[in-house]
Ligand binder design. Structure first.
Ligand code: NAD
Length: 434
């Protein structure tokens, strides 16, 4: 497949992998920047890929082995940075895609990190707490010489959380001594930052607020549907509600609820905290099928679960006017084009969900200084950073469209966000003499 594709020449010769899809997004913006081919190849390729054997003794004393990955995509602007995912569908190509997205995300919000990502191909629902801890320790030992506060800094992602980061920190410290900055998203008692747990969802709503504002609209009164009610989805629902939007639909891996009059977000939270799922939310509330959630009537649709849920096969069914990518790569490139053609505004993942890594950066800074900030200070910095990152991307998009009045395909937020990111990583790469 060609490395550079025109905006409308996406002939699907075969299913592309998630990594190829991310690289396609890269190429479409690199075309606009007229980026040199040599640099494209370098910037798309991960610097290092680790494939490790994660073996534990389970609760019955039997050995169980799993495949673990850590992809270090790019470190031109700083240490590799990115989450650690536990999911049965984790595979090399997906982790590559997620690592690459981290490079562009850190550059869009202008923090001094590169991109990386880790994952273990595992179904955590089949493991008990002891086994999760053993898996995390085994994985940490396997990658410990390749991570560190100035090298590569993991964080939580799907099915991992502060507790898991605590196990990772402890195992790393057994080998290397006191090093809180080796991981972010850890418990407060181990050097975590106030505001980190909420940061991604909070950032999603700051970015959404800014996008609506920049387009002469407002978040207050908008109907919002969210797919996924984990860390990102639940906090997004909370802040959407606090900003005056009406949350009318939510789903998780087990259930989906939709009510145009609005759902009780506090009750959803109570249920999630009690059962680890929203499935027992409200027996009186209308349930819909999990897959229907993306195609319900609403103003703002926020996929906040897994990747590639909106594709060329179903994108026409989306009824929202605004699509906010809180999850990583929830749209395939074809779905992105279909929605753009329909006049839907899409806010891309690399800016939408950057609040998490932004506060991870603040956590890392606090760890290095052994000095901790108040939550208001963290939240204020997050607000400032998300607002200025969005405004910068918006300005690039408007300038592109103003300076190219005859162009067949207008510059979108995704095109502009990648342009900002690629330019920054390219500059750092070039200044290193590469
Ligand atoms: P999580 O494990 O806390 O939650 C995932 C949620 O998705 C759960 O509610 C789960 O039940 C739900 N889900 C799984 N399959 C589903 C399906 N088929 N339909 C509906 N819901 C389904 O994970 P998270 O940390 O909230 O991450 C969600 C997304 O956000 C991922 O794409 C992740 O990469 C991205 N992200 C997370 C962070 C972070 O700080 N945690 C930061 C940036 C991006």
């Amino acid at each position: 497949m060609a490395t550079s594709v025109g905006e409308r020449t996406m002939v699907l010769q075969r299913e592309r992998t998630p990594f190829e899809n991310v690289n396609m997004q890269f190429d479409l913006s690199a075309d606009r920047l007229q980026l040199d081919q040599n640099y494209r190849d370098f910037l798309k390729r991960p610097v290092r890929e680790l494939l490790v054997n994660v073996t534990i003794k389970d609760r019955n004393g039997c050995l169980r082995s799993f495949e673990g990955y850590r992809i270090q995509h790019n470190n031109a602007r700083g240490p590799y940075k990115g989450g650690l995912r536990y999911h049965p569908e984790v595979n090399l190509e997906e982790v590559r895609a997620l690592a690459s997205l981290m490079t562009w995300k850190c550059a869009v919000v202008n923090i001094p990190f590169g991109g990386g990502k880790g994952g273990i191909s595992i179904d955590p629902s089949t493991l008990n707490e002891y086994e999760i801890q053993e898996v995390t320790r085994s994985f940490t030992r396997a990658i410990s010489q390749f991570i560190g506060p100035q090298t590569d800094i993991p964080a939580p992602d799907v099915n991992t959380n502060a507790k898991v980061m605590g196990y990772l920190l402890d195992e790393y410290q057994r080998l290397h001594g006191f090093t809180p900055a080796v991981v972010t998203g850890k418990p407060l008692a181990l050097g975590g930052s106030l505001g980190r747990n909420e940061a991604t969802g909070r950032g999603v709503m700051f970015a959404t607020r800014e996008m609506l504002k920049a387009n002469g609209d407002r978040i207050e009164g908008k109907s919002v549907v969210i797919q996924g009610f984990g860390n990102v989805g639940s906090h997004t629902a909370k802040y959407a509600h606090e900003m005056g939007a009406k949350v009318i639909g939510v789903s998780d891996a087990f259930a989906a609820f939709y009510d145009p009059k609005g759902l009780d977000v506090n009750k959803l939270w109570e249920c999630q905290l009690r059962d680890g799922s929203i499935k027992n939310f409200d027996a009186q509330q209308a349930k819909i099928s999990r897959d229907e959630i993306l195609f319900t009537e609403c103003d703002v649709l926020i996929p906040a679960a897994l990747g590639e849920v909106i594709t060329r096969g179903n994108a026409n069914g989306v009824k929202a006017r605004w699509v906010i990518e809180a999850a990583n790569h929830p749209l395939t490139p074809e779905a992105d084009l279909i929605l753009t053609d329909k006049g839907v505004h899409v806010l891309p993942d690399i800016i939408t969900n950057a609040g998490g890594v932004y506060v991870s950066y603040l956590e890392w800074v606090q760890n290095q200084n052994n000095f901790y900030w108040k939550e208001e200070e963290v939240n204020e910095r997050l607000n400032d950073s998300m607002t200025s990152a969005f405004r910068n991307v918006h300005e690039v998009m408007v300038n592109e469209n103003t300076n190219n009045p005859g162009q067949k395909f207008p510059c979108t937020y995704r095109r502009a966000a990648y342009m900002v990111a690629i330019k920054r990583v390219y500059e750092a790469t070039k200044l290193r003499g590469l």
